[in-house]
Design a protein around this ligand. Structure first.
Ligand SMILES: NC(=O)c1ccc[n+]([C@@H]2O[C@H](COP(=O)([O-])OP(=O)(O)OC[C@H]3O[C@@H](n4cnc5c(N)ncnc54)[C@H](O)[C@@H]3O)[C@@H](O)[C@H]2O)c1
Length: 303
């Protein structure tokens, strides 16, 4: 099999000063990518800032013979994201790959969640992913090439106690990534999402050490590299990854029930057909919103 390489490709990896982002950056650089290592260098809750996290990863890449520059801007503002993309353009002249990975946690039950807990988390994950893509978008279009990899979470896809802010942000990212996949299609921009599980400062207090041992970040980055490569022709997809497991995740719709649209529909009819409405045995994913809406439109058109 041909080796997946990133020679002459420029990658921006957000939150690459530690954890998963560091691992993604090291792998891309080891395969020839010129990497912009972005990290604000703050705490897990989004407090503080330091240049050392990004600097250290840049030093690691260079020591291994790779090319990288550091950027310390917070991606949670449009201005920060623009400075990040300018760093890439100034250092390497273009952008081919954006890995949206930066993240923080402010876990607390919804009852106790403050507006600040909500806003800060949404700002970094959802707005941050949007700001970086927004700043990179004209360059990717100009390139007629782009690979976007976003980071969601099982918490977003399925919900998790104490993570209303994080879950909302992470599911918002899925919508953003899927729409950019459609809008970027003509310019050969592929946009996909990963839902990782890995040992990092985010998980080291919630998972037991023997489990963490097998959740190396290096088991997540190969999927990211594949999605960031020219080889990858998939777009608008979500993948679950961690501990050696890689799987496609999809939003699916049951075969459903077609009531006669020319007749009134009462709640009791819905209740009567509930088992069939909920039956996922013939469920399928849709490629886009129009295709999904088509299921309802077809019934309406036949009537
Ligand atoms: N580790 C897991 O099991 C897991 C599970 C699901 C999702 N994720 C997601 O993976 C991503 C990476 O998380 P991780 O586990 O490596 O945690 P991490 O805390 O080690 O990494 C996150 C990095 O983002 C940086 N960062 C935070 N705010 C930033 C900002 N405003 N601008 C720039 N950088 C910023 C941090 O400094 C940190 O280095 C996150 O989006 C996280 O939500 C991780």
């Amino acid at each position: 099999m041909t080796q997946i390489r990133f020679d002459n490709r420029v990658a921006v990896v957000t939150g690459a000063g530690g954890g998963l982002g560091r691992s993604h950056a090291l792998l891309l650089a080891s395969r020839g990518a010129k990497v912009v290592v972005n990290d604000l260098g703050g705490g897990v809750k989004g407090d503080g800032a330091s240049t050392s996290a990004a600097d250290q990863v840049v030093a690691e890449i260079k020591a291994a013979g790779g090319e990288a520059v550091a950027n310390y801007d917070g991606i949670d503002t449009m201005q920060g994201a623009e400075k990040l993309i300018a760093t890439a353009k100034d250092a390497f002249g273009k952008i081919d790959i954006v890995i949206n990975n930066a993240g923080i946690l402010r876990d607390v039950s919804f009852q106790k969640m403050t507006e600040e807990d909500w806003t800060k988390v949404l700002n970094v994950h959802l707005f941050g992913s949007m700001y970086v893509c927004k700043a990179a978008w004209p360059l990717l279009k100009e390139n007629n090439y782009g690979r976007l990899v976003f980071t969601t979470s099982a918490a977003g896809l399925y919900g998790n106690f104490g993570q209303a802010n994080y879950s909302a942000a992470k599911m918002g990212i899925v919508g953003l990534a899927k729409t950019l996949a459609h809008e970027g299609a003509k310019a050969n921009i592929k946009s996909n999402v990963i839902a990782p599980v890995a040992k990092s400062r985010m998980t080291e207090t919630i998972l037991p050490p023997n489990v963490l041992e097998n959740l190396k970040t290096e088991l997540v980055s190969p999927l990211v590299a594949y999605l960031a490569s020219e080889t990858c022709q998939d777009t608008a997809q979500i993948f679950s990854v961690g501990g050696g497991y890689v799987a496609r995740v999809a939003v699916v719709e049951s075969a459903g029930v077609n009531f006669d649209p020319t007749q009134p529909l009462i709640p009791e009819q819905v209740a009567e057909r509930w088992t069939q409405i909920s039956d996922l045995s013939k469920a399928k994913p849709f490629a886009n919103a129009m295709e999904a809406a088509g299921a309802a439109l077809q019934v309406a058109m036949k009537a």
